[in-house]
Design a protein around this ligand. Structure first.
Ligand code: NAP
Length: 247
């Protein structure tokens, strides 16, 4: 029996775990790893482990100790650190690794959207052009917008904030994706949003982007960091083909 570690935290990781655990049950043991950042217990097929490994060296040690043969990095495109660690650890431990990289969004050139290189540029862009912004880039990015005083923010988080946010004018809304188009539009209209701020996360186009387009809002997108080197796939099906080739 071979052992596959999926680095997760995404919907794709869940789908992949299900596909591998069901279709390759006779040849493969599947373990999904979650960072454990949100308050909800992971619900995924196969085995699960939760929490950090202790850097690249901790992950390399885990791979050896658990006799892992294959690693799929199915983490979010903005989870830069864990992907770097996966690259380094797999090189150290001599374990085959594949990254599941979502295809970038293809947005119509006619819309009022701008993709910027990083969060700092997004902060400047929002400060210079928005009045009422819908901030959907995650709790770790909220403090970057602290100096933007002339903009009111609707901040969407998965869990209610555990400490006060460092923004001047804001309201928090909580929820867990996926969202539907009509409720996204209703939220944007209710709060008179003029600008949506989002990570350019790739994959299926989320309802918030479609809603902002439909309502003619401005959209500020932050580009993902470049992934570390190594083999890549762009869909769960491609990953499954790669995994079967390794068995
Ligand atoms: P990150 O900055 O790349 O990782 C920070 C640390 O969290 C890593 O060094 C690692 O700790 C631990 N970690 C991250 N993913 C892990 C996993 N799947 N299993 C075990 N440990 C993990 O990651 P992040 O941006 O904070 O994201 C955390 C998790 O949320 C990721 O799994 C990611 O897929 C998911 N997520 C992130 C975003 C986003 O926008 N960043 C959005 C949706 C989901 P050690 O060094 O101790 O091993």
């Amino acid at each position: 029996m071979r052992r596959l570690l999926i680095l997760g935290g995404t919907a794709e990781a869940r789908v992949l775990a299900e596909a591998a655990a069901v279709n390759l049950a006779d040849r493969l043991e599947v373990i999904t790893s979650w960072a454990g950042r949100t308050g909800r217990a992971p619900d995924v097929a196969g085995g699960v482990r939760v929490g950090g490994f202790g850097g690249a060296s901790g992950l390399a040690e885990y791979l050896r100790a658990e006799s892992i043969n294959l690693v799929i990095d199915a983490t979010h495109p903005f989870a830069e650190t864990v992907s770097e660690h996966a690259h380094d650890a797999c090189v150290t431990a001599g374990v085959a690794r594949l990254q599941l990289i979502r295809p970038a969004w293809e947005l119509p050139p006619s819309g009022k959207w701008l993709e910027v290189a990083d969060m700092a540029t997004a902060v400047n862009t929002v400060g210079n052009s928005a009045s009422r912004a819908f901030l959907t880039t995650g709790k770790q990015t909220v403090s970057a917008f602290a100096g933007v005083e002339n903009v009111w923010f609707l901040v969407r988080l998965i869990d209610p904030p555990s400490e006060p946010l460092s923004l001047e004018n804001f309201e928090v809304t909580t929820g867990r994706p996926p969202y539907d188009l009509e409720s996204e539009k209703a939220l944007m209209i209710e709060h008179q949003i003029d600008t949506l701020v989002s990570k350019s996360s790739g994959g299926a186009l989320p309802a918030k982007i479609v809603a902002a387009f439909d309502l003619g809002l401005s959209i500020v997108l932050v580009s993902p960091p470049p992934p570390p080197p190594g083999a890549r796939a762009s869909s769960v099906d491609e990953v499954m083909t790669w995994v079967q080739m390794q068995l």
